[in-house]
Design a protein around this ligand. Structure first.
Ligand code: NZQ
Ligand code: ZN
Length: 381
């Protein structure tokens, strides 16, 4: 184990009715003006907006709205949110949505109390926010696990860069599986694949096999696969969605990463693919990850063999990669770049730019060269 500090800033309210339970318990501490932040309107159609708005207004809160947070949130949207917080003297931010809304709000929260540009502060000065407007997260689409950490992933359009930025952690998170029942099946699978990806990328990042996070990561992978298969039989299986919701939080709440290196090279490729194409995160990973693993399984044979056996019940490292690829197909997720919804045609030239700009991870199984990254991406075409 490497040296680490671990703390848990987020109180989780899980299960049916937990939004009312959380808000009733927390509202007293929230201050007078609450900014309710959300995406493109799904929560107005499924009744979540009405329910939360009623709880806030009944408690005498003044509600300010911040809407239209897009999937793959942009830095411009972050600045819009921060300006709104300042203009209305917002005391508390309630982020209601999937990873995009929650990520955007984490950075809005930190930016709103800074008198300098947060991107420059982090990327140029290497300094990170120490404070922010308090916030809570209500998860309406699970998979990303953004609700229990301070990290966000934001697209800076002018720089054609999609990358990590540290914001504020939610002081509480609401995880009610019923809130996810209106998420379209493809988004449910994309999110769940991201959970699987987070656990895999953590697991393959270190060569040691006897640490507890490997065992927990494998359990999360196995459980995610089992419950995704349940959803293939019945997409409205609320118990399976509930299981996946906790898998999602568990994979990204930091506990798997204690004291160890992680890989996340597939994520670096996908994030830059997202910067150039605005593609869906989980679907981009579903295309890239099996191809990436064909390139590296030989460098971590024992780990891949254990993954193959525990997660897919097959007997060799290579068979594990085959099983992962078959599983992507079984779930109806894209297997080729041409199946991704993209703002531009995905050509070898675009992929060269992705390969030349994405971050390269130096930990296990091995660092890739830019040319090999390009090769991997072109194999995905
Ligand atoms: O915008 P609305 O209308 O709400 O529709 C959303 C959106 O179109 C819809 N949705 C959400 N809840 C719904 C619903 N539709 C019907 N019923 C509901 N209850 O789902 C669509 C996708 O939402 P989004 O938030 O974009 O999805 P996801 O949760 O997959 O988040 C993706 C973002 O998270 C980043 C990704 O890169 C991407 O930008 N990530 C964040 C991480 C983190 N903070 O730890 C780590 C990840 O690796 C990832 O990079
Ligand atoms: Zn992810």
């Amino acid at each position: 184990m490497n040296k680490f500090i671990f703390s848990y800033p987020t109180k989780v309210y899980f299960g049916e009715g937990s939004a009312a339970q959380a808000l009733n318990a927390e509202l007293g501490r929230l201050g007078e003006t609450v900014m309710m932040a959300y995406g493109g309107g799904s929560m107005k159609r499924n009744g979540i907006y009405e329910e939360l708005n009623e709880l806030l207004t009944k408690a005498g809160k003044k509600v300010v709205e911040f809407s239209g947070i897009m999937p793959n949130p942009t830095y411009a949207k972050v600045q819009e949110g921060a300006a709104l917080v300042r203009a209305h003297h917002v005391d508390f931010i309630l982020a209601v949505g999937g990873g995009s809304v929650i990520d955007c709000c984490k950075v809005v929260s930190a930016q709103a109390v800074l008198d300098e540009d947060i991107w420059d502060m982090e990327y140029q000065k290497g300094q990170f926010p120490a404070a922010g407007i308090p916030m809570g997260a209500v998860v309406t689409a699970s998979g990303i696990g953004a609700e229990m950490n301070a990290g966000a992933v934001i697209t800076y359009e002018e720089k054609t860069w999609k990358g990590p930025i540290v914001g504020t952690s939610a002081s509480f998170a609401v995880l009610d599986p019923a809130y996810t029942m209106s998420v379209p099946p493809m988004q449910v699978m994309s999110g769940a694949f991201d959970t699987l990806s987070h656990a895999m990328e953590t697991y393959f990042g270190t060569s040691d096999s006897d640490n507890v996070s490997d065992d927990v990561a494998l359990a999360i992978m196995k459980n995610t696969v089992v419950n995704m298969r349940r959803l293939l039989k019945n997409v409205n299986d609320v118990q399976a969605r509930s299981n996946l919701m906790w898998d999602s939080a568990m994979a990204e709440n930091g506990i798997l990463k204690c004291g160890r290196l992680t890989d996340f090279q597939a994520h670096q490729m996908e994030h830059q693919l997202g910067a150039y194409t605005d593609c869906n995160h989980g679907q981009g990973l579903a295309v890239i990850q099996p191809v990436y693993y064909r390139h590296i399984w030989n460098d971590a044979q024992d780990k891949f063999a254990r993954f193959a056996k525990v997660v897919f019940g097959v007997d060799s490292a290579e068979a594990g990669v085959d099983a992962l690829e078959d599983f992507v197909k079984e779930c109806g997720l894209p297997v080729k770049m041409s199946q991704l919804k993209s703002t531009v045609e995905i050509t070898p030239e675009v992929l060269r730019k992705v390969a030349d700009t994405c971050s390269i991870i130096s930990s296990n199984p091995r660092p890739l060269s830019r040319d090999e990254i390009y090769e991997i991406l072109v194999e995905c075409l």
